[in-house]
Design a protein around this ligand. Sequence first.
Ligand code: NAD
Length: 250
Amino acid sequence: MGRVDGKVAIITGAGGGMGRAHALKLSAEGAKVLVTDVKEAGLAETVELVEAMGGSAASLHHDVQNEEAWNSVFKKVIYDFGRLDILVNNAGVYTVGNVEDCTLEQWDRVFNINARGLFMGVRGAIPLMKKAGGGSIINVSSNFALVGRPGFSIYCALKGAVRLLTKAIAAEVAEDKIRVNTLHPGLIETPMTSDLIDTPEKLDSLLGGAPLRRAAQPEEIADAVLYLASDESRFMLGSELTIDGGYHAV
Ligand SMILES: NC(=O)c1ccc[n+]([C@@H]2O[C@H](COP(=O)([O-])OP(=O)(O)OC[C@H]3O[C@@H](n4cnc5c(N)ncnc54)[C@H](O)[C@@H]3O)[C@@H](O)[C@H]2O)c1
């Protein structure tokens, strides 16, 4: 029996990177997955990989900034799979720059995708999870929500917003047996970070002295998503799960 057998999950930003790893992990442990992204080719690959393992997957083109697109996602998950138990709000973009050089366009883009999009996801998932008798929402934040990182001020502000929004929502929906938690990955090798760590010097600088002295693979974060999605984390809500190779230990 899988650790999320019979459950149904939506994973945003699952056309590659960590979102794909989360979809594969949840599927391998028995969940049916609806994967969404703006990258259609990536989504098709994710569905193929899930099906090759014998899992059930559906996909939908979905810009998380768009309210109508979210409505379509929720309609599809009920139409295809009949319920919703797990939402992984993973889709995201980053931006770099010292604050005095950053533009309003940078701020708006990052907040519209990562915060406004995530808010619409949580708001729409709650009524469906109430009908299902409960659920787990995993909001992907970052280790940069927990410390200020020079050059990443907008991203830090954003991920900090995700962290506290999650805690407030967790308290609001606890009685409905819906658990909402944040995940705080450290440095992970994905398309998002490929330009940021393409030399040993850049990698070292971003690792910031983390004792494990390496970036992680997406699968190492998917293990944590599985834990938060499963009933094994039933006493966790409004919590922050930090997986960062020790970045915050020193
Ligand atoms: N890679 C890291 O080191 C790292 C560390 C901490 C947190 N994170 C967070 O983890 C999450 C996943 O990041 P990743 O590293 O896998 O990045 P990634 O770029 O590989 O994947 C992000 C996915 O989100 C999708 N996306 C972007 N804009 C979208 C939109 N408007 N609507 C729908 N989908 C959209 C992209 O197409 C992409 O497939 C992000 O929220 C990111 O901020 C990443």
